[in-house]
Design a protein around this ligand. Structure first.
Ligand code: ATR
Length: 287
């Protein structure tokens, strides 16, 4: 990479941020399409998000990704919110355009592309059980309705957090059900779903367990864990042992990044380059 007077800046704001694999993925992509841009990670505290976003506008940067804890806060800061980001209730990609900050959300798209790639599955006509009702759970649930899923069931430890998702889905053709995140409730509904998605943060620590019995999983079920580090969570190990199809969240990370890249640059994302850079950054060169 050669930095000169014309180098354009994109990046990511988060707290914490040092662990992010996005710079590896995006800088590899920018180099592959020969753009004189660079992608940097910025540690931004939530109380400084407004000034940091104003800063990228005033510095005429191209845009940024937003990660924890900024995605919801940004809705009230950007000048315009794209319709899907409004529905998904969060912004993960900001573009600076003609002096305005415009918010997009590429997480739902990333999820849909991820399951297409990993399971050769589309959401249309599917019944989906989502564990978790935080930012990721909400984006996935709304994407399911946007793509024509027949039924969405959301399980969460804190039942009250499911209400905003239920409200957004009400009035769409997708049936909705809220349940507790306990083995008994999950066991009751899992036989009627095609896809189970973990969108809780349980599994980020290798010893973490959702406490689901092995009998929850079966060969006809596809199980997607939005966690990608560790590459195999306990949930995915249990599902594999039961003969279910499994995938971790690396494909969602890749495709949300690819879409953000296309929004900023107007160029087709070099997916193979991005996938390789991401795998190396997350798992090391051997995978
Ligand atoms: P993200 O943006 O990654 O979705 P988040 O918005 O903080 O992060 O959401 C985290 C999700 O993981 C929530 O569904 C949370 O459940 P609560 O709404 O009850 O907090 C879930 N979660 C986190 N730790 C958990 C735990 N130990 N057991 C069960 N669920 C947990």
């Amino acid at each position: 990479m050669k930095i000169d007077g014309s180098t354009q800046i994109v990046g990511v704001f988060g707290s914490p941020i040092a662990h992010t694999a996005s710079p590896a993925m995006h800088n590899a992509a920018l180099a592959a399409v020969k753009l004189n841009w660079c992608y940097l990670a910025f540690h931004v505290e939530p109380q400084n998000l407004r000034s940091a976003l104003t800063g990228i506008r005033d510095l005429n940067c191209r845009g940024v990704n937003l990660t924890v804890p900024h995605k919801i806060l940004a809705l009230d800061i950007v000048d315009e919110v794209d319709a899907d980001a409004r529905k998904l209730g969060a912004v993960n990609t900001v573009v600076v355009k003609e002096g305005k900050l415009i918010g997009f959300n590429t997480d739902g798209y990333g999820f849909a592309r991820g399951i297409k790639e990993d399971f050769d599955m589309t959401l249309k006509g599917k019944r989906v059980l989502i564990l978790g009702a935080g930012g990721a759970g909400r984006a996935i649930a709304i994407q399911c309705t946007l793509d024509g899923a027949t039924k969405v069931i959301v399980a969460n430890r804190t039942p009250a957090k499911i209400a905003p998702i239920a409200n957004e889905i009400a009035g769409t053709p997708t049936k909705f059900e809220a349940i507790g995140l306990d083995a008994e409730s999950i066991q009751r509904v899992v036989t009627e779903v095609d896809l189970l998605v973990n969108a809780t943060s349980v599994g980020l620590q290798p010893a973490d367990s959702l406490g689901l019995p092995a009998g929850v999983f079966s060969p006809g079920l596809a199980v997607y864990d939005t966690i990608y580090r560790p590459a195999e969570t306990q949930l995915l190990r249990q599902a594999t042992d039961a003969g279910a199809k499994v995938s971790n969240g690396l494909s969602m990370l890749l495709h949300q990044g690819a879409k953000a890249f296309e929004i900023w640059t107007g160029r087709k994302a070099p997916l193979a380059v991005m996938r390789r850079a991401l795998r190396t950054a997350v798992y090391g060169a051997q995978l």
